[in-house]
Ligand binder design. Sequence first.
Ligand code: SF4
Length: 469
Amino acid sequence: MTSPLPLAERYERFRDSVFGGLAEAPPREWDDALCEIDVQSLWFAGEFGAEFTSTEGRRILVRDFGVWNAGPGPDFTGCAVEIDGATLRGDIELDPDVRDWERHAHGANADYNRVVLHLFLHAPEGVRVFTRDAGHREIAQVRLTPAMLDGDARPALELAAARLGRCATPLREMDDAHVASMLEASAQYRLQKKSVRLHAWVAAQGREQAVFQALAVALGYRNNQRPFLILAQRLPRKRLARLPAEAREALLFGASGFLESVRAEDTQPATRAYLRALWSGWWKQRDECLRWMEPHNALRWKLAATRPGNHPQRRLGALAAMLAAWKKIAAPLLDATRWSQTGWRETLLALGHDFWTTHYTLLSAPSPKPLALIGETRVQEMLANVAYPLLVPERTRLWAEYLELPAMLDNQKVRRAVLRLFGESPRAREFQKKLHHQQGLLQVYEDFCLEDDSACAGCPFPERLKEWR
Ligand code: SF4
């Protein structure tokens, strides 16, 4: 049972009233950087929702998102879709263009005879394209649009210019209590948005799988969140839980593509035994994952400018260690009444791994000293992006606990927001001490600075600030 968060509502009202008189934003277009598997990941996470209207005006309800298919045939199998009140069990295919169904000859391929829903992003203007299977049965179609996605699921926007903004003057004139209350409200609004997204995942995949996905994403840092999410979606926790620990880790590393990209002769002697163990587990499971090995389906890891300690191979080792201690890690997130920040933090900080506690990557030499598998910063990230967004709406007194969380290491976006809103004033330090300060600043920055294309001149925020009482 979740409760509305009053400060979040207040901020949302304020923000909406500021933009109320302005022209409506133009409809968003699909981002070219988003590839097919990114859209499949968004779909499978439930981020487009579960209720749609088909191209023919029929009511579509997705009851079960099924399994992300690793073999030949449609993208998702074992799904349940309700169409005008009748439940159909079968598969779902997602194509960039409605015409891809025929271009790829799915209509003549019996593997696609169980498809009950065809999803697509683009269609030709003014031409109706039908989807039919090999038996000429017409298949319901839904067009996915960027407007169906919540803001957080859309591609990241650029940074705003690095300079003091016009709102710095009215902010200077506001007393500390009002600035603090605005940042607390905008932080709560941000937490609520994260919560809505997590609960969409829960609705699509169940709570435990949603928690698994969210924790995997937190291991991806900024650059590798999407590949970690896709890996956790393709290898759901339930499937991994059925495997012995060695086979589970082998599957994670094999399906990630990391094993196949490393030659044993390039590795350190100490790594070879670990690689051998991973390969012996991976060979037995590889055939079930062949589709994910194809170049256009493979995960796209970003390794440039990644610090060795944050390398996704090491973080995947951390995910394997988390799965070994899963019950202890998941239990407080599955039931808000069992939450203990201290206990959860200690569980994560105590995780270790025979290989990854002393290695940065599969190619690196062993480190002379053990390295924390999951350090304080990562725990903070998981608290901020997973634990509290999931739990606060269910147990609102945890908001007071959230307010006490110290600030995380700053990032470029936080620095930019501080510079624009506070410049070099003492408030720049004062309002960066806590995590919620940073989150609140980021929210204002995203809502106003990133929506502004007038170099502050046309931004309504400075004039409307006095209404924040
Ligand atoms: S765009 Fe608006 S909120 Fe951002 S710095 Fe300029 S005046 Fe301030």
